[in-house]
Structures are given as C-alpha cells and as structure tokens.
Design a protein around this ligand. Structure first.
Ligand SMILES: Nc1ncnc2c1ncn2[C@@H]1O[C@H](COP(=O)(O)OP(=O)(O)OP(=O)(O)O)[C@@H](O)[C@H]1O
Length: 279
C-alpha cells in the first residue's frame, strides 16, 4: 500500500512546471518478486520520455501501473500534481493517459474509420444509427492533420502497413483526449522504413504538446526522438538522463549491459587466447 497521504505534490516542487505525470519511488511486488523498486519518472508535455530496458526489467509492470491495470505498492503517482491511484484503465483514460499496446486493439477486418471510432461511435437520429459518413470524414481529416496519408479509409485496417496501423492507434488516442500517450514497443515488430513512419509520428505527437512515453528495447530508436531517457534493469532505474547529457554510445552501452559487457568481452578474449584443450 502507498504510504502517501492523499493530496497534492510536496511543496518543494512549487514554482517548477507541474509534470503531467510523475512517479516518485514507485514500487510493485508480485508475491515474493519485486518487479519495481523506487522508480522515479517525470513526463512533461511536449516531450518524449523514453523508458528502455531488457526482458524482465519491469517495463510491462510500469505500463500496467500508469494505465490503470495494476495499483502500486509503494511511492506516489501524481497526475497534473494530484496524487492518484487508478481504479481501472477507464480511470487512467479519463485522466488523459492513453496506452497504445503492441497488439493495438484494432479490429483487422473493419475499416480504418470504424477502428478510429471503435467504442466511441458517432450515432444519429432517434434510432441511433451509426453516422458512417461523419465518422469517415472526421477520421480522414484527423489522420491527415497528423500527416498520415491513407487514401481510402474504407479499407480494412489489416491492409495498412504495420507503421500506419500504429499511427492510426496513436491518432485515435489523441483525438479522444489523451494528454499522455504510453507507447508499448511501437517499433518492435517493424522494419526500418515502417519504424521511421512511427518515429516521425511520435515527433508530431510531441510537437502537438502531448507527453509521450516511448517504451522500447531499441536505443537507436529512442535516441532519434527522445528528450529524456530512463533505463530500467531488474526493476530499478540504472540511468536517468536528459538528452543533452547523454550520447547514443552511452545509452547503447547502458542497454547492452555496460560493465557486464566489458567483463564478458574480457572473458571471451581470455578464452580465445587460452591454449586449446588437448583432444
Ligand atoms: N503477474 C506477475 N506475477 C509474478 N511475477 C511477475 C508478474 N508480472 C511480472 N512479473 C515479474 O516481474 C518482473 C518484471 O516483469 P515485466 O514483465 O514488468 O518486465 P518487462 O521489462 O516488461 O519484460 P519483457 O520485455 O520481457 O516483457 C519479472 O521478474 C517478472 O517475472
């Protein structure tokens, strides 16, 4: 259970710009596994905060906490300066935090515009019929506004490229009021060109004033768009740096295991140099 007292952020932050989302010393325990320990994370509007980490680092657990699927066990989470515990994903969404998952939650055989409005359909008349013309027009306009050029939005969403599908899911979250978007490995399953489509779109979302949390394994993708980098390892923050204080090489080395990699290189070289065992 959180030890925090319900209320607003501590006074020593007064005067500073209020972060749209802030985690302070967040902890999460599953039985006897500590998935997250003392995690600090600040998300500002108009910035991309990259969260990097290898398998088991705690990225999914972090996403579950900020998207309202799990509560945290320790620390505090502030949304616009207000201490929050989300009761459900709806609660997170109502607070302006939308998560775009890897599987995207799109209905592949439905049209692009149906997917754009899935769960938020516009209806008309006393019979509450779907207003397909209006939804089609709005979806087309919104996607175009964000630079996503889809010539025929009546096409099934499955016919789009992976990158375009990601962009549709992000555009949908923004249109329905997200202030923070959490992107769960949006480039993981994509090739270079399609990743580029998504990375450009992340920049557009950032420039539109959203707070973007970009969860990824890939330091190269992160460094192309990130303002701020947090690396998790076994549930702890091992690096927390602004872009101006970090090179791509440092970020990559940290992701690759830093000291451990140097140690491994040393061991391999030693093994290579060692005399071969006699057969
Ligand atoms: N429901 C659960 N019950 C028990 N342990 C869990 C549960 N979910 C996650 N864990 C453990 O918590 C730790 C962090 O897992 P998490 O899935 O958050 O990492 P991750 O960075 O998302 O990894 P991956 O990239 O492999 O998904 C791991 O040790 C994992 O085994």
């Amino acid at each position: 259970m959180s030890t925090a007292i319900e209320g607003t952020m501590p006074t020593h932050d007064e005067g500073a710009t209020t972060a749209i989302l802030q985690l302070r010393e967040i902890g999460k325990i599953y039985g006897n596994v500590t998935a997250l320990r003392e995690i600090d994370l600040t998300v500002q509007q108009g910035e991309v905060t990259c969260v990097l980490g290898d398998n088991g680092a705690g990225k999914s657990t972090l996403i579950k906490i900020v998207s309202g699927l799990h509560d945290y066990d320790a620390g505090q989470m502030y949304v616009n300066g207000e201490l929050r515990h989300f009761a459900s994903p709806r609660d997170a969404l109502d607070s302006g935090i939308a998560t775009v998952y890897q599987d995207l939650a799109l209905a592949p055989l439905m049209s692009v515009w149906r997917n754009f409005f899935l769960g938020n359909e516009i209806r008309k008349g006393p019979l509450r019929l779907l207003d397909s013309a209006r939804m089609g027009a709005v979806a087309q306009e919104e996607l175009a506004k964000m630079g996503i050029d889809i010539p025929d939005i009546d096409r099934p969403v499955a016919s789009l490229s992976g990158g375009q599908r990601q962009c549709v899911a992000i555009a949908r979250a923004i249109y329905f009021g997200a202030k923070v978007i959490i992107l769960d490995e949006p480039t993981a399953a994509l090739g270079v060109k399609q990743s580029g489509v998504v990375l450009k779109y992340i920049v557009k979302a950032r420039d539109a004033g959203l707070g973007v949390v970009f969860i990824t394994h890939n330091p190269h993708h992160a460094y192309l768009v990130g303002n701020h980098f947090v690396v998790l390892k076994l549930g702890r923050v091992v690096l927390d740096e602004e872009r101006e204080n970090l090179t791509l090489e440092q970020l990559t080395a940290q992701m690759a295991g830093g000291d451990e990699l140097a140690e491994l290189t040393h061991e391999i070289r030693e093994a290579e140099g060692a005399p071969k065992p006699v057969e």
